[in-house]
Design a binder for this molecule. Structure first.
Ligand code: FES
Length: 181
């Protein structure tokens, strides 16, 4: 049964957002991922992780395939995907910025930092900037509690992040397209 503690734990249990390069999905490739894990005990979460690791998100097309393989309803699959903040149903931008919302970071300014991140990027959590550069996500503990507020940018965890430092990280990652005539 799912409860708040499961969700609070998810930040530690999940893979980092940019650890593998996503590949394009097909129904056949989704089916192969599902078939490889469907007989494991508690297969739902491993399957969802495998799909997100491989494709960068859990495509809508995976829902009926998972439901059939695990003999559950599509609504149940949707319920699990939406319960865990980690799972995204749309492809992420080139860079994923996760802001820690857990208690230790909140005690040292994470709320102000997340407000600044939203304003700077012009997006809310679970959204991607229009230029497809950044996706902003919440996370619940990055294991860096003594050095909060903490964020993860792709595979890298940063501690004691101020608004200015976040701006510098974003600036460094922003691609400048130079038009050559
Ligand atoms: S509470 Fe933020 S890293 Fe643990």
């Amino acid at each position: 049964m799912l409860d708040a503690n499961h969700r609070a734990d998810e930040g530690n249990a999940m893979t980092s957002p940019g650890s593998t390069q996503p590949v394009a999905w097909t129904r056949a490739s989704i089916q192969r991922e599902v078939d490889a894990l469907k007989d494991e005990p508690g297969a739902m979460l491993p399957i969802l992780h495998a799909l997100q690791n491989r494709f960068g998100h859990v495509p809508d097309a995976a829902v009926p395939i998972i439901a059939e393989a695990l003999r559950c309803t599509r609504a149940e699959v949707h319920g699990i995907i939406s319960f865990y903040h980690h799972f995204r149903t749309q492809p992420a931008g080139r860079h994923v910025i996760q802001v820690c919302r857990a208690e230790a970071c909140q005690a040292v300014g994470a709320r102000q930092l997340e407000a600044h991140a939203k304003e700077r990027l012009g997006v809310d959590y679970h959204q991607t900037t229009r230029d497809n550069e950044f996706t902003l996500e919440p996370v619940y503990c990055l294991g860096n509690c003594a050095c909060g507020p903490s964020i993860r940018v792709n595979d890298d965890i940063h501690g004691r992040v101020t608004a200015e430092r976040l701006d510098r990280l974003v600036d460094d990652l922003t691609t400048t397209v130079v038009e050559v005539k």
